[in-house]
Ligand binder design. Structure first.
Ligand code: SF4
Ligand code: SF4
Length: 439
């Protein structure tokens, strides 16, 4: 386990701002309730609904999920190829919380933090505070799945212990305490899958934390000093993953920039510019400007734009209702007097709008352009559903009188239409093939 030295500087200050914003966002977002009483963001697994910025999504909307995952993947490809592992150093919870745990450790133990001779009481105080932070973070993580207001009320009433979420919170608290407190940088170096393939996404033009070996080497060796690097090893001492950036780009580098601040302050004493900074390898080797536009970045940008346009079209044309219709296999259509056909259909309808809506059902014989009568048990085949509410029921379809020729056609192509009564243009249509009974 590596406890790196703290380091102040410009990068540190900027990271503090970004990290405070991200932690604040993480802690506040699950508590936000919109004016229509829906949560700002929540993946409600028992109800199989995803609330996001006022929209309500259900698992049947696979295309939107597909676009979402593709956008995430391509964004990772694009940003890594342009600005390296910025996610690792500035946005990854592993890095942010390791930083927070170190601050707590230093606050309690000061310079004894990470040392074997630190007091036992001090060490256990740090562990206790780490557990408290882990619990708060885990509570908020679970709050993205369960209402934090309900959870808090349960905790206040001491009734949370019988709820599933309580055991998930305990599990995540223990996992976070062990991971951030003791596994720390080992996760980045040996377990993180993103660290494994990031080298494939970057090239010599990617903007990264890089050592200027042209100026720095040969580094000082004893009293011999040729290059600018004075071998103070501060860049290694501050590194949270314990690597030496002077050995080149490595899987272990999380691009946190602490070595940039360290070398900047050391070199300032020598009246020189930092040897470690956000450069591209090509910039160091040739002195040329960073080449932002290159085949790799252009291809990722085009793919990302195509997916974003597709996702936008999908979202803008989305109809916030869902209907599944299936003929009842155990009750095939029957012939009734006047050459009419009676068929039995099972329906599952869900309102996926953030507000209550009234719906109306209608059905058609699409081959002959005739309306089909629906018996749904609802007056005027109209019914109301609250936001997210689902209704499963059976309906009976009754065709108009069919001619002998129509009856001999073998099947009847039909459609069931679900309309929003307040906005008839908002409708869903499901096709249905009704097999006709032989006379
Ligand atoms: S090498 Fe520098 S940027 Fe990379 S992890 Fe270490 S301190 Fe952070
Ligand atoms: S901090 Fe700068 S000067 Fe010191 S060892 Fe690292 S690269 Fe060399």
């Amino acid at each position: 386990m590596i406890i790196s030295r703290p380091q102040s500087g410009k990068v540190r200050t900027r990271r503090n701002i970004v990290m405070s914003f991200l932690v604040g966002l993480f802690l506040v977002a699950p508590w936000v309730v919109l004016p229509d009483t829906s949560p700002l963001i929540r993946l409600d697994i028992p109800k199989r609904m995803f609330h996001l910025f006022g929209g309500l999504f259900i698992p049947q909307e696979g295309l939107i999920l597909w676009f979402f995952l593709l956008t995430m993947g391509l964004s990772l490809f694009f940003f890594t190829s342009v600005i390296g592992r910025v996610w690792c150093g500035w946005g990854c919870p592993q890095t942010i919380y390791t930083d927070l745990f170190d601050r707590i450790g230093r606050f309690v133990l000061d310079s004894k933090y990470g040392k074997k001779d630190a007091s036992i009481l001090g060490k256990y105080t740090v562990y206790f505070l780490w557990i408290v932070v882990s619990f708060i973070a885990s509570f908020h993580w679970i709050a993205y799945f369960v209402s934090p207001y309900e959870m808090l009320a349960d905790y206040m009433r001491f009734s949370a212990f019988s709820e599933t979420y309580f055991y998930f919170t305990l599990f995540f608290t223990a996992a976070m305490f062990i991971d951030i407190g003791f596994i720390r940088e080992q996760f980045c170096r040996y377990a993180c899958p993103y660290a494994r393939f990031q080298t494939l996404l970057m090239d010599e033009h990617s903007w990264n934390v890089t050592y200027d070996f042209k100026r720095g080497e040969p580094r000082r060796d004893g009293k011999t000093k040729i290059g600018d690097c004075i071998s103070c090893n501060m860049c290694v001492a501050v590194c949270p993953t314990g690597i030496d950036i002077r050995d080149g780009l490595q899987v272990g580098c999380v691009a946190c920039g602490k070595c940039v601040d360290a070398c900047t302050s050391i070199m300032a004493k020598e009246n020189k510019k930092t040897l470690i900074g956000y450069f591209s390898l090509n910039q160091i080797e040739t002195g040329a400007k960073i080449k932002w536009v290159r085949p790799r970045t252009v291809i990722y940008a085009i793919l990302l734009s195509v997916v974003l346009i597709g996702a936008s079209i999908q979202l803008l044309t989305r109809i916030p209702m869902s209907m599944i219709a299936a003929s009842n296999k155990s009750m095939p259509p029957i012939l009734i007097p006047d050459n009419k056909i009676r068929a039995f259909v099972a329906l599952r309808i869900q309102n996926i709008a953030p507000v209550e809506k009234e719906f109306q059902l209608s059905a058609f014989d699409t081959r002959h352009g005739k309306e089909i009568l629906i018996r749904s048990g609802e007056e005027g085949n109209q019914f109301k559903l609250g936001s997210g509410e689902m209704k499963s029921f059976s309906i009976v379809l009754e065709t108009q009188s069919l001619t002998e020729q129509e009856l001999n056609e073998g099947y009847l192509p039909g459609s069931i239409v679900l309309r929003n009564t307040q906005d008839p243009e908002e409708k869903l249509e499901k096709t249905l093939s009704l097999s006709l009974p032989r006379k």
